[in-house]
Design a protein around this ligand. Structure first.
Ligand code: URP
Ligand code: ZN
Ligand code: ZN
Length: 489
């Protein structure tokens, strides 16, 4: 008679802090022991020569969401979560996106109706707040935070989503009151608007001008302003999808002053550049996202920020649109850069890209990889220690990696519904080969063993970085210490 449901033997386990040889024993979906000679499992995996890592936690992805240009993402909660899990991710936190005038509660219910029957791995929801009415701020948000929607995203640009500074303060104040984390899309709206208009007036409509219209200056200015608003309110923020050294420098400066500013970057800012938007014909549309990819100097800056702790999390910002009339070309075969849905896919390749080119090339170590892709994400969004680590009592969510497996990326190997990958042709070393979700093997031998609806909704606690108790006098503020710890400094 086995003592465990699952035993992962002979692997090298890595967490955000340590790397050690241990067997991992699982019962009733949770890790119950780490050690040697633990006994037997009803199911056993031999992980000799393999790495046993926490399943990735994806903190930024758009699934079954309508874009600001009114285009539906190519992935629904089935294909999006299947794609995630094949890439070693076992938890996703996509968005429930409010349309202006809509109730936030109804929005959340609508997303639940989509996700519940389809998700194959566990999921939570961030809220996108596009209409911070008195009802939303005063009634809906406090109730939703209590129900486990403890983070929301606000936009400083996009006509249908953007908040002005006054509205941003209203949202920050509501977050402060109830201990939520605020994610900020930081780009200067009027700079984009003005540049776009002048480019179009001059006949510059092709995809490459998307990158020109979303300037580094506009990203840096908005990051600076968001930080000032956060500082005024003493409310932590997380600046999402940072693409440029200019924005990163603003964030680093604020962190060095002790402000609770967290930051995220994404694969597109490490592996793509603005030149990709110059590809033949409309092909550049496949690389249009906001902020846009920049250049080699900015890529190096992003790598530095991942290594030195400026960035706490590494997310895909998976925003998948097919390169056809259902997606990138929804406005016609030759849309202007303003009419192209913004976003690139990346939920499946997020971890392999960072593992191969980060850990494999010595830019970050394995523990930092785990922190950036799983542990810090779970901590920031109130899921730790249930998710994001390998520890007794945590959910048995694990990705078993073959660190020597080499494969060249092609879209055919992926499981999304996008039809292309911006990363085609890159040869990566190190891939997840077996994935475990709450103790069940959900991927092995390139095969899915999960059913639609196996994923469970995760109500989330307040982020320890944002909980109201942390808002004391600065010199006795425990959030400072938490922040320093999370930032790895
Ligand atoms: O271009 C992007 N990033 N599209 C997705 C929406 C967002 O702003 O994150
Ligand atoms: Zn954004
Ligand atoms: Zn996004």
């Amino acid at each position: 008679m086995s003592n465990f449901d699952l035993l992962v033997r002979n692997g090298t386990v890595a967490t955000a802090s340590d790397t050690f040889a241990a067997d991992v024993a699982v019962k009733d979906g949770r890790i119950v022991a780490l050690g040697e000679d633990l006994g037997t499992g009803a199911n056993e995996i031999d992980a000799t020569g393999k790495l046993v890592l926490p399943g990735g936690v994806e903190g930024h992805c758009h699934i079954e969401q309508i874009s600001s240009s009114r285009v539906m993402t190519a992935d629904d909660f089935y294909s999006g979560t299947v794609s995630a899990v094949f890439g070693g991710t076992t938890t996703v936190i996509p968005f429930a996106a409010q349309q202006r005038g809509a109730s936030l509660r109804q929005t959340v219910e609508d997303y639940h109706a989509c996700a519940g029957p389809k998700a194959v791995i566990d999921y939570g929801f961030h809220l996108i707040i596009s209409d911070p009415s008195d009802q939303v701020i005063g009634q809906e948000l406090p109730a939703l935070i209590k129900d486990g929607y403890t983070s929301f995203k606000v936009y400083m640009t996009y006509d249908d989503l953007r908040l002005d500074d006054y509205q941003m303060l209203e949202v920050l104040s509501a977050a402060r009151r109830d201990g939520a984390m605020v994610m900020v899309h930081a780009e200067n709206h009027d700079m984009i608007r003005w540049l776009s208009q002048k480019l179009l007036d001059g006949g510059h409509w092709q995809p490459q001008y998307h990158a020109v219209s979303h300037s580094r200056a506009g990203e840096g200015e908005a990051a600076h302003r968001a930080i000032a608003l956060s500082r005024l309110m003493d409310q932590p923020i997380l600046v999402v999808h940072v693409s440029s050294q200019e924005a990163m420098d603003e964030i680093r400066l604020a962190q060095d002053k002790g402000l609770k500013i967290f930051a995220e970057t994404c694969p597109q800012y490490l592996f793509l550049t603005a030149q990709d938007l110059e590809k033949d014909g409309m092909d550049g549309a496949m690389f249009c996202c906001s902020p846009p990819p920049r250049d080699a100097n900015d890529q190096e800056a992003m790598w530095r920020g991942l290594a030195n702790g400026t960035f706490s999390v590494f997310s895909s910002d998976h925003a998948p649109y097919r390169y056809d009339e259902s997606g990138k070309l929804a406005a016609g075969p030759q849309p202007t850069f303003k009419q192209i849905a913004n976003g690139v896919p990346g939920i499946e390749l997020r971890l392999p890209l960072l593992f191969s080119e980060g850990v494999g090339k010595g830019r970050i170590d394995l523990n930092r990889f785990v922190a950036l892709t799983a542990t810090n994400v779970a901590k920031l969004y109130g899921l730790h220690p249930q998710k994001g680590t390998i520890a007794v009592g945590s959910d048995a969510d694990m990705a078993i990696w073959d660190p020597d497996l080499e494969q060249t990326i092609e879209h055919a190997m992926l499981h999304d519904n996008v039809g292309y990958t911006p990363y085609a042709g890159i040869k990566l070393k190190g891939w997840p080969t077996t994935v475990v979700s709450r103790g069940k093997v959900v991927v092995s031998d390139k095969t899915l063993h999960a059913e639609r609806g196996d994923g469970k909704f995760l109500p989330r606690a307040c982020s320890p970085a944002a909980e109201p108790l942390n808002r004391l006098e600065p010199e006795m503020d425990p959030a400072r210490n938490f922040g320093a710890d999370l930032l790895g400094r």
